[in-house]
Design a binder for this molecule. Structure first.
Ligand SMILES: [Zn+2]
Length: 422
């Protein structure tokens, strides 16, 4: 209630002196703006409101962590982390392997930060400079039909059956509600019920982002469709651990397809930047979050107090490790933890990072090693086996560091191409 309802933010001024309302919904948009004054003011506005509630927020988080620790002990688990992963039969080693493998590749993230600093042409790169695009978008207006045609081309490597079904879904059966409309929910999602085909809702905005959103949501929809057509209702759902794999594989295939047909240098740069931002936001950032949760729970298990200051100290150190020395860490970023609602669902966000790595590894396997057949079988499997075993069947072993290593190789290649282009 404090975060969703009671907290308020001062409006932020842009470089022309105009006021902008800061809300949870508008904040990231301002950070992506090319108006640096607006970025800075929105950043300061948001974080000063959290600072004003600092002891309350720390006490609430401390209580949530204690709840996790106490309930895990009541059920005879060794740690809160083990308890959280137990339900999905995921070993804690999967979690620690992820952190270790990402940490090993932090120098790549530091290189990306240096490149960002260079391209933005700033003397000092601040935390509010992290989200704004570093290259110009020269794609212009993209019609839905063009986006759809690209998605259909991109999924060709998945084979005849996938292509036939998704083409019929988009052309004939009209699974997708495409445009913004009065009273329509914002964002994008795939939904439906066993026994019927899924439906997809997007708010198509005529840009690259919308094209990837279409690929993403159709990934979820096709996963549901394959599962519902092949599993009894009891196995007709799937866990979060595998859900984002199906959507991200489609995004990765779309990216690889667009890169293969885009020769124009400025467009290539935009795509590469888009890809690198995905890696930063999903693989690096979510792993940093995962590490934060692990540290705070271990502190609590040792009986160490979680206060505003001790939490900020942990968080600041992680930011330093992950982003390197080419960025000036604004003091405010040390209490970013206070505004992340996911921290109240313990040991959850690591799945974004594992899912992303698995998806990148799978897309490479589909494109280079004929992995489409195994992948389609995975889509058909729903929740008939544990997630780790389902992914193993598709050709990625998440109990080894290999998928993360492979994903990092892809990131390194993009980074190298980008460094050469600019
Ligand atoms: Zn999704």
């Amino acid at each position: 209630m404090l975060n969703e309802a009671d907290i308020t933010f001062e409006p932020a001024l842009d470089s022309k002196g105009e006021e902008h309302q800061v809300t949870h919904g508008t904040f990231i948009g301002y950070l992506q703006s090319d108006d640096r004054t607006l970025r800075k003011n929105a950043f300061n506005s948001l974080y000063s409101s959290y600072y004003a509630q600092k002891n309350t927020l720390a006490a609430v988080y401390n209580a949530a962590v204690k709840r996790d620790v106490v309930t895990s002990r009541l059920r005879n688990h060794k740690t809160a982390q083990e308890a959280a992963l137990f339900a999905y039969n995921i070993l804690t080693s999967v979690y620690s392997e992820l952190i270790a493998a990402v940490r090993k590749h932090l120098p790549l993230m530091h290189r990306y930060i240096s490149l960002r600093k260079k391209l933005l042409g700033v003397d000092t790169l601040y935390m509010y400079d992290l989200y704004t695009p570093i290259v110009e978008n020269t794609f212009g207006h993209i019609e839905y039909d063009e986006a759809k045609a690209n998605v259909l081309q991109a999924v060709q490597p998945l084979g005849e059956d996938y292509v036939k079904t998704i083409t019929s879904a988009l052309e004939k059966e009209k699974w997708v509600d495409i445009y913004e409309n009065k009273g329509k929910r914002s964002g994008a999602y795939s939904w439906g019920a066993y026994g019927c085909h899924p439906f997809v809702s997007i708010n198509f905005n005529y840009n690259v982002d919308s094209m990837f959103t279409l690929a993403h949501e159709m990934g979820h929809a096709m996963h549901s469709n394959y599962t519902w057509s092949n599993q009894p209702v009891v196995y007709g759902d799937y866990t979060i651990f595998v859900a984002e794999v199906a959507s991200t594989v489609n995004e990765a295939l779309l990216m690889e397809y667009l890169l293969s047909v885009t020769a124009d240098e400025s467009r290539r740069k935009y795509l590469l930047n888009y890809y690198m931002e995905q890696f930063r936001g999903t693989l690096f950032r979510q792993t940093m979050f995962a590490e934060f949760e692990l540290i705070t729970h271990e502190m609590s298990e040792r009986g160490e107090p979680l206060t505003f200051d001790s939490l900020c100290e942990v968080y600041m150190k992680l930011n330093r490790d992950y982003y390197g020395s080419d960025i000036e860490l604004n003091r405010e970023i040390s209490w970013e933890w206070a505004r992340i609602p996911h921290f109240y669902t313990p040991f959850y966000v690591y799945q974004y990072a594992t899912g992303y790595s698995a998806a990148i590894a799978l897309s490479q396997r589909i494109l280079k090693e004929n992995g489409a057949g195994d992948y389609i079988n995975f889509l058909k499997s729903g929740s008939s086996k544990y997630s780790i075993d389902l992914l193993k069947g598709a050709g990625v072993d998440m109990s080894s560091p290999k998928p993360v290593e492979n994903a990092m190789k892809v990131f390194e290649n993009i980074l190298e191409e980008m460094e050469k282009l600019v």
